[in-house]
Design a protein around this ligand. Sequence first.
Ligand code: GDP
Ligand code: MG
Length: 299
Amino acid sequence: MSDDTFRAGFVAVVGRPNVGKSTLINAIMGSKISIVSRRPQTTRHRILAVQTTKTHQIIFVDTPGLHRNAGKVMNRMMNKTAVNALLDADLVVFMCEANRWTHEDQYALDRLHDIKSPAIAVLNKVDKVHPREEALIAIAEMTERYTFEDVVPMSAKRNENVDRFLELIPKFLPESELLFPADTITDRSELFRTAELIREKLTRYLRQEVPYGLTVQIERFERDEHGVAINAIIWVERDSQKGIVVGKGGSVLKRVGRAARLEMKAEMGMPVHLEMWVKVKDNWADNEKDLLSLGYDTP
Ligand code: GDP
Ligand code: MG
């Protein structure tokens, strides 16, 4: 590779839900581009994160986890989104956890079989592997499962080995002009990220099924010299979920609001006034029209 060749391309980060894909994207970018939670299926959209240097532009594609279709239209959309990202990628990063291999991982890996692009495997969460030498066994096992260009152990959460991983990428990208303006960080708007941030807090503070059945819509976003005023609607699928999201005496909504506000304030550098309402849209996650109107991509 000659030094004056500028390279640019798409790197799709795929794997089953909850392995740490969004955590890696955020670690690379040094800020929260994509929300993260302990729960599977937190990421629902294709989210681009763009890193531009003098020699290359890498467009990382964060994807919803590849999972067996769980009935609802939204799940099918999510899988489709992840598969499309795979098809468009110049390089595929397949992520799993270093300390386990499940049927769900195998299912996700099987999606790679029609893909012609090169693939790198990332064995994430090595911080959970004790003793660390066990990771070598995991690497060996991984090389048997698929023809990866490389297999990289990593802790995205602790930012371990992320730099080494980044160095591997440019050589797989085609020669190209900039694909996005050099100052682009993400393709997602501030409105989208605000909605996602609120959903992240809801996902953290709510139990069981409820986070899967809600989505957030920003109704108002106004900024002046004093601060930002945001009105958000939290849509749930059933009447019975409404009370759970609000909590006793509004306690859950209060905690969610406080956490979201603090983070927004830190990011925007100004006071944030946030008001939220919980409303019911029957079975929105299984209704294509509702999904479209709520900002979900078409299948
Ligand atoms: P995704 O569904 O693949 O995007 O996964 P997320 O990025 O949302 O992460 C899922 C969970 O794994 C979150 O609780 C993360 O904090 C956690 N996680 C991500 N990377 C690591 C890691 O390197 N080590 C450990 N111990 N946890 C991690
Ligand atoms: Mg994610």
